[in-house]
Every structure is written in C-alpha cells, then in structure tokens.
Design a protein around this ligand. Structure first.
Ligand code: ASP
Length: 439
C-alpha cells in the first residue's frame, strides 16, 4: 500500500451487512471509488425489527454455556445466518470449520468478549473473500486498555501491518486484544471505534461511516417525521449530541480522528447517493445555528430544603456518599442558600425514588425532600446557539401556549442548552422546540 495515495476508510454497520443482498450493495459502493481501500465491518445486524443481532445471539450462547446449559439453539441460528450468506455469495468454504472451532471454544467457556467478537470475525472472513481483498484480523492490530479504551499502541501496529498490504483490505471491527493477549471488545457499537483507529493510523483522507440512515438528523425522525439530516456538524457538536441521547456514532469514535482532523462522513448504504452528514473540526455556524435537538430519559429532580443549608458543607458530602453507595449518578446541582436541587441521571423506579427521598429526609435531617416524576433532559446543540435571538423566550412561549413548562434551563459555552420536562411531555416538547428552531 502506497502511503501518499488518498485513502478512505469505510466502515459498515450491522444493518448494512445483515444478509447477502446487503453485502452485494456494499460491494458496489466499495468498488465505485478506488479510494475506498480499507473496509471495516460489523457483525450482521437485524434483517428486520423482529430479528436478533448476531452479537446478541453470540452473547446468549456465552451466557447459556457459563450456566452449563445447552446453547445449541442460538448457535444453530448463528450458523444458519452465516452459512446462508456464504452460500449466496458463493464464498466461505472454511466457515463450517470456523463455526466448529467457535462452538468448541464456547463450550470450553471462553470469555464473553471472545463470543461477542466472533460475529465481526466471521463476517470479515466472508466479505474479504467476496471482495477479493486481504483479511487483516483486528487481533493483530488493535490493542485495548483494561478499561476497554483504545491503547495508543494500536496506531503504530496498524500502520505497520497495513503498509505490507497491496490491495483492498477488510478488517473486523469491535474487538482487539488486551495487555494479556486475550480478545477484548469495545462497548456495544464499537466497530465505529475500530474504523476511527484505522483511519488515524493510515492518515486517511476520509473516514466513511455507512449506516441505515441518511446522516444525522436535526431531531429523531420517529418523533419529528419531517426532520432533515444536517449537512455538517463539528466534532464538538457531535460529542455533545451523543451525551444527550443522539446515537448515530459511538462517542469514543471521535477521539482518534479528531486529533488527526480526519472528517467523518455518515452515509446511508440503502440510499448511497444521499449527501449524508460530514463531521469535521469547524463549520460555518452562521449557515445553521443549531444542528441537533435530542432527549435523554432516566432523570429525576431531587429537591432538598434545610434552613441555612449552605452552612452545612458536610451534608452535601454525606448526600453524595449515599447516592454513590446506591450507584445513583447525578449530573447537575443547583444551589440556593436554604435549598438545593440535584438532577439524578440514573433511572430508578418510583418506589425506590420515593424511598430514597424519605431516607434522605431522615438521615440528613432535612426540612423537606421531594422527588420528581421521571424526566427527560432535552438538549439543543449548535456552535451558533449563542447567536439565536431570544431562544429561551421563544421556547417558553411555544410551550406556554400548550400549558407546559420546563423545569431547568441551563447553557454551556454557547454550544448547548438543556432543559428537563416530564417524560410524558417529551415528544410534544421536542416537536415544539424543533418548530421554534426552524423559524
Ligand atoms: N456488533 C457489535 C454490536 O452489535 C459492534 C458493532 O456493531 O459496532 O454492538
């Protein structure tokens, strides 16, 4: 592989590779441009919404095996899917043997990570043969830290290994090895991270991320049906959006390409001519102030009252310890002199929520302690947000006409504005906000 030639790394997600027909589409895309030299693949995903992803089936096998139970049923399902794909593409003579080895290793109680990784592995074997490309195992080039993050060593290893290749390359996403040399996966959706690591290692001109939607939408089209994909988003904006529930791309996939300033192009395998969304370091935010409105469920507001509360610093610490022990996270704290509001960000059931409020009132000797109903944190993100005139006022007006109000409004660096609303008001609030943003 010649280093100076412009290289694109193209990653395809599970639905793009769910069956032989989809893989044929992917081949057309790859062969339509010489620069699509390195392909990173996910495991086959769902063929339709009722289907189960191969990764989930593999994890089921592992769970059953570790309880000493038979995993023949999910394994038969996995085998059938891969053998059908191989047969329809007329490749993959070795897949039967590979499946036997995997079955044996699962039986011998290999780790969950090993099990989960085999979907990407088998898919990459089949696809590389179908493309006439070289298969490079992620085991050789991707290193993970014990915390499941990318180990910097990966960049060098990948660059060195891939310079030895002369033609197209196919690499399985999602896994690598850890410091002990055993297989470890990233968190779910982690093939996006593999693609980003490879793109940085080879100094790609572009990192393409092919999926089943036509880019990043201003808002979830299931809630706002006429929402459109946005043309450009910055790395900062996309990270903020993933924090508040927009999940087109794994949030750890930004780091590797951000430092090398490699743009990410989100494209739709099922509509390959659609322009998609480009994620890059900068964009002209005058053209579009706000690029995303999204919501994240699982919040509750905890309101505490105690006369002279601000003079009891130890109480705050005690409160944090109690939440920590119960593994309840919190995101935002707003202080007043005699009161404090904390936004809990771990989903808890009604009964547990009320019991927690009672416990805190008693243990911390509070005058009052109230727990809200479940809330959604809605965020608006855009580097031009600070230039939107009277935004909060316009949102307030739009919601007010529907007799609904948000309970917290906060802004961060002219980049993000968040508010909370009750879960039952989420969809209509999101629709109202998108309307405001568009006008
Ligand atoms: N197959 C893995 C998952 O389902 C990783 C990926 O698709 O990126 O999470």
């Amino acid at each position: 592989m010649e280093n100076k030639k412009a290289i694109w790394v193209s990653k395809f997600g599970g639905t793009s590779l769910a069956n032989a027909q989809q893989i044929k589409k992917v081949k057309e895309i790859i062969f339509a441009d010489e620069r699509r030299n390195i392909v990173v693949v996910s495991a086959p995903g769902k063929e339709d919404p009722t289907d189960t992803k191969i990764t989930d089936l593999l994890l089921q096998c592992h769970a059953l095996a570790s309880q000493g139970k038979s995993f023949d049923e999910p394994f038969a399902n996995i085998s059938k899917r891969f053998l059908t794909i191989a047969e329809e593409l007329q490749v993959g003579q070795q897949i039967k043997e590979e499946l036997k080895t995997i079955y044996k290793r699962l039986f011998q109680e290999e780790s969950a990570d090993y099990a989960a990784s085999r979907g990407e592995y088998l898919n990459a074997l089949i696809i590389s043969e179908y493309f006439g490309a070289e298969f490079v195992d992620a085991e050789e080039i991707i290193r993970l830290t014990s915390a499941g993050r990318v180990d910097e060593l990966s960049y060098d290893l990948t660059a060195k290994r891939l310079t030895k290749c002369t033609g197209r390359i196919v690499i399985p996403g999602f896994y690598g090895t850890n410091t002990n040399g055993t297989i470890q996966t990233f968190s779910r959706g982690g093939s996006d991270i593999t693609g980003a690591i490879v793109a940085r290692a080879v100094q790609a001109e572009l990192y393409e991320n092919w999926t089943d939607v036509s880019g990043i939408y201003l808002a979830d089209p299931r809630i706002v049906p006429d929402a459109k994909p946005v043309a450009q988003i910055t790395y900062r904006e996309i990270r903020e959006l993933s924090c508040i529930g927009a999940n087109v791309l794994h949030e750890d996939a930004i780091g590797p390409v951000r430092s090398a300033q490699i743009p990410i192009h989100i494209k739709n395998t099922n509509d390959s001519t659609a322009p998609g969304t480009i994620i890059r370091a900068t964009r002209d935010s005058n053209l579009q102030h706000i690029v995303g409105v999204s919501g994240k469920k699982g919040y509750r507001k905890l309101s505490i009252e105690k006369f002279m509360l601000a003079t009891y610093p130890a109480l705050k610490e005690q409160l944090q310890q109690i939440l920590h022990k119960k593994k309840i996270r919190f995101d935002l704290v707003v202080d007043a002199f005699d009161a404090m509001t904390i936004y809990l960000s771990t989903e808890i059931e009604e009964e547990q929520a009320q019991a927690l409020a009672q416990e805190l009132q008693l243990v911390l000797d509070l005058d009052n302690c109230q727990m809200s109903e479940p809330l959604v944190l809605i965020g608006l993100v855009g580097e031009g947000l600070g230039r939107e005139e009277h935004l909060a006022e316009r949102i307030n007006q739009a919601l007010g006409t529907q007799k609904r109000y948000f309970s917290l409004l906060a802004g961060v660096f002219d980049l993000k504005m968040v508010m909370t609303v009750p879960v039952k008001a989420y969809e209509s609030t999101l629709q109202a906000i998108v309307e405001v943003v568009r006008t």
